[in-house]
Ligand binder design. Structure first.
Ligand code: URA
Length: 222
């Protein structure tokens, strides 16, 4: 401490001055800390999150549900009204169809982990804003790292584009397995169950996606 600052501080009784090291360097993504959280720490961080404006409008956060050692991770877009009320993803009509899709591949809802790109409901169910995704994606990335699933089944365009970091149309993302960097996890993309409720004629294509997902998961021993 220089002599002038010491003299000034001395007049108010401060004889020792240690500059604080900022917790986060300016411009550093808060993900740095998220990357090291265990399940309890991650759940607490999500529950108390104020990284974006959705904190002000949510009823509660929706962390995700299921087996933390699951071989399949299902990733959706964001909680809707019912999910915001109950604190659990995919609990409405779309959720019941998702459960049926999982049963079709021999899995109970409890055997997979289900999470969303956003942990809070966008008001009026609007699409997530890029800033909201930027703030929230580190939570999903940490969930992926902790679960280390054999396969990620991504439901819907918004979830797929944000998870894979592309703006490719859904039709071109379906029908093949993508590698999620830096995890190396295969991602298979299919229609969002809410879309399938509106367009039941597309269920046949969704079944083709699910068969591909099963094949990819089996190739990874799941
Ligand atoms: N749609 C989603 O993408 N996620 C949910 O949790 C519910 C509906």
């Amino acid at each position: 401490m220089d002599a002038r600052r010491a003299a000034i501080l001395g007049t108010i009784g401060v004889d020792r001055f240690v500059a604080r090291t900022p917790l986060l360097a300016a411009g550093a993504a808060p993900a740095t800390a998220t990357d090291r959280l265990d399940w309890d720490g991650l759940a607490a961080a999500v529950a108390g999150c104020t990284r974006c404006g959705l904190a002000a409008t949510r009823t509660q956060t929706v962390f995700g549900v299921g087996d933390r050692g699951a071989r399949w991770l299902v990733v959706g877009e964001a909680p809707g009204a019912e999910e915001d009320r109950q604190g659990e993803p995919f609990v409405g009509r779309a959720g019941r169809l998702l459960n049926s899709m999982l049963r079709a591949v021999g899995l109970a809802r409890e055997q997979v982990f289900i999470a969303n790109v956003l942990k809070c409901r966008p008001p009026g169910n609007r699409d997530p804003l890029p800033e909201e995704v930027r703030c929230c994606l580190p939570y999903l990335h940490r969930q992926i790292a902790l679960i280390d699933p054999a396969l990620i089944l991504c439901v819907g365009r918004i979830a797929a584009q944000n998870l894979l970091g592309v703006d490719t149309p859904l039709g071109q993302l379906r029908g093949r397995s993508h590698e999620l960097k830096p995890f190396g996890t295969p991602v298979v993309v299919t229609y969002h169950p809410a879309y399938l409720l509106r367009s039941p004629g597309e269920k046949r294509k969704s079944w083709a996606d699910l068969k591909l997902a099963m094949e990819v998961a089996r190739g990874r021993g799941a």
